[in-house]
Design a protein around this ligand. Structure first.
Ligand code: VGL
Ligand code: ZN
Length: 362
């Protein structure tokens, strides 16, 4: 096999990057002029090997994208990567790119969104929620994920999001729609706890704790040792995201559970792509998770909502892929540059926190 057919990083897939044995050899391999620094050209050659979708085909990164990566990883700002910076790359950047820990986050695949009060097929986009089932089950059968998370919309009967409860609640004076005029699916503003003004779409009563509608669909495969996250349990504040409630007043245990398992990447699927999948994915990026949305394993409620939220997710750095592409990504044969960028952002953030600590700032 010719030298250029061998991908330098393929032998490092799923290895332990806390072990720095291969570090110097790797640096020397790319430091072609042996000056102890990786310049723009040398770094570009590294990127061509690091970001590939099969062993010889690299993703094309623009010069600006490569510069943005260097900027994040080049602590001393000389435009080049020295050995010290490369050690950080090795331990933290390569680890995320070549040895990630991945969680499948299955959002709200519950009866009410498939056959119940909020059945997607009866909503404006007329999508069929049950179509996600075989796609998600196939991914689960392949057993490639390190962690599986099931989330459940899990509301008390007096929940703020239920249209049927609107008359029991205080609408805020700034709300464009007042109580007696409110219709199903309108968005109103409630006077919430602690002087909060809570914008809220009014949904039909759904996913009430302990009812059939709140159960995961019977055809969804349930794996052992999964994490289950209930959300939307506070009667006064809704929670579309599996991380935070909509007013960011309280967190679920999701971050804690992911941290305990050293998860770096989340793959999000389920219902609905314009509501809970979108909010969960956006919060995932905000928390520094490399976030992938599995396009054929999501369905949504409203056509405009699906379009605008998808764009928002893409702009935030979520990567959209097909379920058939997922196995190669989990095996690190397919390594997306956008996820490499998120990994570099995480490294830069951690470096900043580390430096601030060394300087004694709080
Ligand atoms: C959801 C509307 C209301 C969802 C939850 O899971 O997407 N949508 N509550
Ligand atoms: Zn809900």
């Amino acid at each position: 096999m010719a030298d250029e057919d061998v991908n330098y990083f393929d032998s490092l897939r799923k290895t332990d990057f806390s072990d720095t044995n291969g570090l110097k050899t790797c640096f020397d391999h790319f430091d072609k002029d042996r000056d102890g620094l990786l310049d723009a050209n040398e770094f570009s050659a590294l990127c061509k090997q690091l970001f590939v979708h099969n062993h010889s085909d690299g993703y094309h990164l623009t010069e600006q994208q490569e510069e943005a990566l260097v900027e994040l990883l080049d602590s001393d700002k000389d435009g080049k990567i020295n050995m010290e910076e490369f050690e950080i790359c090795w331990k933290y950047w390569f680890r995320q790119v070549l040895s990630p820990v991945s969680a499948l986050v299955i959002v709200d695949v519950q009866n009410d969104f498939i056959d119940g009060s909020l059945a997607l097929r009866n909503s404006p986009a007329c999508q069929e929620g049950s179509e996600v089932l075989p796609v998600i089950n196939k991914l689960l059968e392949e057993e490639l994920f390190d962690v599986v998370v099931y989330t459940k919309d899990w509301h008390p009967a007096d929940h703020i999001s239920f249209f049927e409860n609107v008359k029991e609640r205080n609408i805020h004076p700034s709300s464009p729609i007042q109580g007696e005029d409110a219709k199903m699916f309108d968005t109103v503003k409630f006077a919430g706890p602690n002087d909060l003004v809570c914008e809220q779409t009014l949904w039909p009563t759904h996913c009430v704790q302990g009812t059939w509608g709140a159960e995961l669909h019977q055809n969804l495969k349930i794996v052992d040792d999964a994490v289950v996250i209930n959300k939307g349990t506070n009667p006064d504040i809704d929670s579309y995201s599996a991380f935070w409630d909509n007013m960011k007043q309280s967190q679920t245990s999701l971050v804690e559970e992911l941290k305990a398992r050293r998860v770096t990447d989340i793959y999000v699927c389920g219902l609905a792509v314009d509501i809970c999948v979108a909010f969960t994915s956006l919060d995932g990026v905000e928390h520094g998770y490399r976030t992938v949305v599995i396009e054929d394993a999501v369905r949504g409620i409203d056509c405009d909502g699906i379009k605008t939220r998808k764009k928002k997710m893409k702009d935030a750095g979520c990567v959209f892929v097909k379920s058939a592409d997922v196995p190669d990504m989990l095996n690190c044969k397919d390594r997306h540059p956008e996820l490499g960028y998120q990994a570099a952002v995480n490294v830069a953030m951690a470096m900043k926190i580390h430096e601030a600590r060394l300087l004694g700032s709080p």
